[in-house]
Design a protein around this ligand. Structure first.
Ligand code: CA
Length: 246
């Protein structure tokens, strides 16, 4: 499918008349940082310590849900336990400690170039993540200086994690944008599903073990192999998107 056809498809299923992209809603883990291998390792350690059998792959599939949602679901399924909000918070604290002990996750190659290209094109950069890991959130200003504005959505702002569209709807509300003014950059199937449900033009990046077809199935409009490939394609993509004005 050509880029023009992809855009035409988006307009058809959303019922939008055109696009007028002025913001990018950008996920954190697996997009800005190569951190998912650490998250999945920390999750498995937490579950094993609590007698719950699981594999790392399961946690790639759950990426995007809030920590509390993941804990409640896995403890129910794996141990028949109903976890209270307080217990979930404490367990998430333990998972965060395991995550931090693994060391600093590297910045994702190509992420900075994607952000700089968006900035040069006057496209606002809005962080939208379900993460509550303050350690990682604090690193963003240091690693991407001046590339994000004040507007952001984190796990502290949302009640429902991805695949619920709430995080992206909040991002749009905070930045006063409509769906046809936003692109979303996401790596996880549930994140793609949430962005698609929010009505945004959704770009997937396969930075982890999940294949391209799963991101398309989740509703991605376009999928790139990684952030480097997206960075290279972005200037012409932004031109193509701005050619179909609302
Ligand atoms: Ca992610």
């Amino acid at each position: 499918m050509t880029l023009q056809q992809t855009i035409a498809e988006y307009l058809k299923y959303t019922g939008q008349k055109g696009l007028d992209i002025s913001a990018a809603l950008i996920d954190c883990d697996g997009v800005l940082y190569d951190s998912m291998k650490y998250h999945t390792q920390a999750w498995v350690k937490l579950m094993k310590k609590n007698g719950i059998k699981c594999t790392r792959d399961e946690f790639y599939e759950l990426e995007g849900m809030t920590g509390s949602e993941i804990i409640k679901m896995k403890f129910k399924q794996g141990a028949g336990k109903n976890i209270t909000d307080d217990e979930a918070r404490a367990l998430y604290g333990v998972k965060t400690r395991y995550f931090t002990e693994l060391g600093e996750a590297p910045v994702m190659p190509g992420a900075k170039r994607v952000l700089e290209t968006l900035k040069d094109a006057d496209v606002e950069r809005v962080l939208v993540t379900g993460s509550q890991q303050d350690v990682l959130l604090e690193r963003i200003e240091k690693d991407f200086p001046g590339l994000f504005g004040e507007v952001k959505v984190t796990g502290h702002d949302v009640r429902k994690g991805k695949p619920n569209p709430e995080p992206f709807l909040k991002g749009m509300a905070k930045s006063e944008k409509k769906p046809n003014q936003c692109i979303v950059i996401e790596n996880a199937p549930l994140g793609v599903q949430a962005a698609h449900a929010a009505g945004c033009f959704t770009i997937g990046v396969t930075t982890g073990p999940i294949p391209e077809k799963d991101l398309y199935k989740a509703g991605a409009d376009l999928v790139y192999k990684n952030m480097d490939e997206l960075a290279a394609a972005l200037p012409s993509l932004l031109v193509a998107l701005s050619l179909v004005k609302a």
